[in-house]
Design a protein around this ligand. Structure first.
Ligand SMILES: [Zn+2]
Length: 279
């Protein structure tokens, strides 16, 4: 089986590592900056003023891995998570596990992400640990399985209609720019969804994203320094674009050491320095 180590810069939406002082500086700040919420810059080269914290528990969701201190985001992002959780709860599903949003002031983080920098990205897990709610300290390393086998096929022993309903519900929410899922999940949706397929457009294949999906929201109104991502084709994405993805060899992520070596810090907008330096 031919395998490929994918390019770090292009690929690490949700993974990455860093040896630079710049990212460490952003991680060292434990509190948000003052002022109204403002997303500054791009999802993978930006920061967030006036971040708000997602409460660790809410109707239909539980934040996980809160020791990472990445539960900070734009109000629009927190509202999205809470509204999605309510909807999914109404569908009879177990509480969602909410992973990383962003650091207290956004910016690059030493381990785990290239994006999640301007308060508008969030990771939501496909699986939930069965059983009653646990306190946050017991949600640091939940058992959350991949829905894909070795990036070569969907795991049909795990993937089911609840996942389809979850992805569809998220894709149809207002304020969603796009969401990223593993290519085999997108392929299954393309093959099986009947009736209204318009929501498939926003479900975009990407490397990884086999155990969680990633939602990315539009720049909110009144955030003039927020840089939107380029628009993408207005179709279901099930044609040639997906064919390209399915032809790629299985993704193998480099080790943390290798990623650290290859890491290039993003160039942030000058306004981010003031966010970082604010008391
Ligand atoms: Zn992510």
């Amino acid at each position: 089986m031919k395998r490929v180590v994918v390019s770090l810069i292009v690929v690490f939406l949700c993974r990455g590592a860093d040896g630079s002082a710049a990212a460490a500086d952003w991680t060292a700040v434990k509190t948000p900056s003052p002022g109204p919420p403002q997303s500054i810059g791009f999802y993978s080269a930006g920061c967030l003023q006036g971040a708000q914290a997602l409460p660790f528990d809410g109707p239909g969701y539980e934040a996980i891995r809160v020791s990472r201190n990445r539960y900070w985001g734009q109000p629009v992002t927190l509202n999205f998570i809470q509204a999605l959780s309510q909807k999914v709860h109404t569908l009879g599903q177990a509480p969602l596990y909410i992973g990383d949003i962003g650091q207290p002031r956004g910016g690059p983080s030493p381990v785990g992400h290239a994006s999640h920098q301007n308060g508008l990205d969030a990771d939501i897990w496909y699986e939930r640990q069965p059983g009653p709610r646990r306190p946050p300290a017991e949600r640091e390393n939940p058992r959350l399985r991949s829905l894909v086998i070795d990036d070569q096929a969907l795991d049909d022993s795990l993937f089911n209609g609840q996942h389809v309903a979850l992805i569809r519900t998220a894709a149809e929410m207002p304020n969603l720019d796009r969401m990223f899922v593993n290519r085999w999940i997108k392929a299954r949706l393309c093959q099986t969804v009947i009736g209204d397929r318009s929501w498939l457009r926003k479900v975009v294949p990407w490397y990884g994203h086999d155990d969680h999906f990633h939602v990315r929201l539009y720049c909110p109104p009144g955030n003039p320094q927020c840089k939107p991502q380029a628009d993408f084709p207005h179709n279901d994405g099930c044609g040639e674009a997906l064919d390209w993805w399915l032809k790629q060899p299985p993704t193998v992520f480099p080790s943390d050491e290798e990623m650290a070596k290859r890491y290039k810090p993003p160039k942030l907008p000058p306004a981010c320095q003031a966010v970082l330096n604010a008391p």
